[in-house]
Ligand binder design. Structure first.
Ligand code: B12
Ligand code: SF4
Length: 428
């Protein structure tokens, strides 16, 4: 069969900046689990347009909440042309009945065990409406992603070493797909896959590489030989305490940690169940990561139940005090299927079910201790301050690096991020 795998993107502008974006591992992974007798094409709408007039036997669409409406448009257009359509990914897995209205079939959860079966059924004319992953795939049975197809982004490629996160934060959809059980792929398989990647930097699409430090240390030990750079997600508990872990990470070539700091209020952290985070350890983690020569991007969320109006200023002051040079700001978003969504719905606090607003820049619920408008304005003001020319210049030129070009690179990167977030997330 001729199969198209697509990742929707609403209002894609396909600017030059898109070449700096992280490519879509999801589509390459589904291609990797597709038996070789089929031909697979990948279109990530951030980079390329879909050709609706080309012949395909099957179109597979992957989406999260925020791009699901565009996904339904694509599905409807192909169905009009009598092409079979299948949905998968976070949004379709969490709301399968909704996705089914636009598709012939929906794959719920991980696809390694169900997608090959779906293809066989389709060839026999016996496609079922739903395919549910009834058990987690064994990590040794996760094949490498197809890094040979899709648009080549020279700066970064993605890989996944493990599945599963045991923490289970109230707002996070991760466990709904990957489950709570940590499953690390055999280290050799990962190194082999890394060897097939041309880009100099590899981004780990794992929930967190600090869940099982022993496993990750052995992976870091093997990554050293590759002479590449790596970026990964990790949690405060390990990053603030485990020097051996940080040393091995740095020696392996890890140059950036993405860390879900989420909130500077321990009350908020406890309420959402992010047991990896102790507010008093944030600064230590940030300084330690930097001491080992790596960068850290902190992720912050606003609109938690204990957030009062002063949270924006207090967070900004903390960020400047800790000398955290990179940060992203999001509005708490109740993704369908999460415990947060269920609770807010029970409490009658969800204000919008328009999924195109679920990109973390809009308020879709009634906050507890401020108005919707105050939350929306507050996050925009912290964003404006952190990405003001003054702040950007300060953190760009406040580097101990003797290379004179470095500050300019950091400054240009900040300008790029600022315009990206302004347009794509906050509609400013
Ligand atoms: C890398 C990443 C990004 C990258 C790249 C995104 C991309 N387009 O690939 C960037 C930084 C750009 C990004 C941006 C955003 N992201 Co993001 N991202 C991730 C992350 C960390 C990894 C995704 C990944 O590659 N996974 C590995 C693949 C192999 O797993 P998978 O996608 O689950 O696919 C498997 C199954 O789900 C299934 N499957 C998936 N799709 C399909 C389709 C078909 C047809 C079939 C058969 C099967 C199938 O098969 C795969 C193999 O089992 C995930 C968390 C995670 N670890 O998954 C968050 C995550 C997907 N992102 C999320 C969000 C919210 C966003 C943003 C809205 C955040 C923001 N405000 O900027 C934007 C949205 C942009 C967009 N249009 O996608 C949420 C989604 C929540 C939701 N329910 O909607 C997640 C789950 C993070 C979280 N914990 O909340 N993201
Ligand atoms: S630790 Fe991270 S990946 Fe795990 S449940 Fe919490 S937010 Fe999701």
């Amino acid at each position: 069969m001729k199969i198209l795998l697509a990742m929707p993107y609403p209002n894609a502008k396909r600017s030059l900046f898109s070449r700096f974006m992280i490519p879509c591992l999801t589509l390459q992974q589904i291609a990797g689990i597709t038996p070789q007798e089929h031909t697979v094409e990948i279109v990530d709408e951030r980079f390329e347009k879909i050709n609706f007039d080309k012949h395909y036997d099957l179109v597979g669409i992957s989406c999260v909440a925020y791009n699901s409406l565009r996904g339904y448009e694509i599905a409807d257009a192909f169905k009009k042309r009598d092409v079979k359509v299948v949905f998968g990914g976070y949004h379709a897995s969490l709301l399968p009945e909704e996705a089914k209205q636009h598709a012939d079939s929906v794959v719920i959860g991980e696809a390694e065990l169900t997608w090959p079966q779906l293809l066989k059924d389709l060839e026999k004319g016996k496609l079922k409406p739903f395919y549910r992953a009834n058990k987690p795939v064994e990590p040794e049975n996760i094949p490498p992603a197809r890094h040979d197809i899709g648009v080549y982004t020279p700066f970064s490629e993605a890989i996944q070493a493990s599945r599963g996160c045991p923490t289970g934060c109230e707002f996070c959809a991760m466990q709904k797909i990957e489950g709570p059980l940590f499953r690390g792929r055999p280290v050799n398989n990962i190194i082999d896959e890394m060897n097939s990647i041309k880009a100099k930097t590899i981004f780990f699409a794992d929930a967190s590489l600090t869940i099982n430090p022993r496993y990750t240390k052995s992976l870091f030990g093997e990554m050293k030989q590759l002479n590449k750079k790596f970026e990964c997600f990790g949690n405060i508990n390990v990053l603030s305490r485990d020097d051996e872990f940080l040393k091995l990470a740095s020696e392996a070539g890890v140059n950036r940690w993405y860390v879900g700091i989420e909130s500077i209020s321990q009350e908020n952290i406890n309420a959402v169940g992010k047991s990896t985070n102790k507010v008093e350890e944030y600064e230590k983690a940030i300084r330690k990561i930097k001491d080992y020569g790596m960068k850290i991007t902190g992720f912050f969320m606003f609109g938690f139940d204990n957030d009062t109006l002063d949270i924006f200023n207090r967070t900004l002051q903390a960020i400047y005090e800790w000398e955290l040079n990179e940060a992203t700001f999001s509005i708490v978003t109740p993704y369908p299927g999460t415990r947060l969504f269920e609770r807010l719905e029970r409490e009658g606090r969800i204000t919008s079910y328009d999924w195109s607003r679920y990109g973390e820049g809009n308020v879709n619920f009634k906050p507890k201790k401020m108005t919707e408008d105050e939350l929306s304005q507050g996050i925009r003001s912290i964003f404006e301050d952190f990405f003001s020319v003054k702040s950007m210049l300060k953190r760009s030129f406040n580097t101990s690096d003797i290379n004179p070009v470095k500050p300019l690179i950091i400054f240009t990167g900040n300008i790029g991020l600022r315009s990206f977030y302004k347009k794509e997330k906050f509609n400013m």
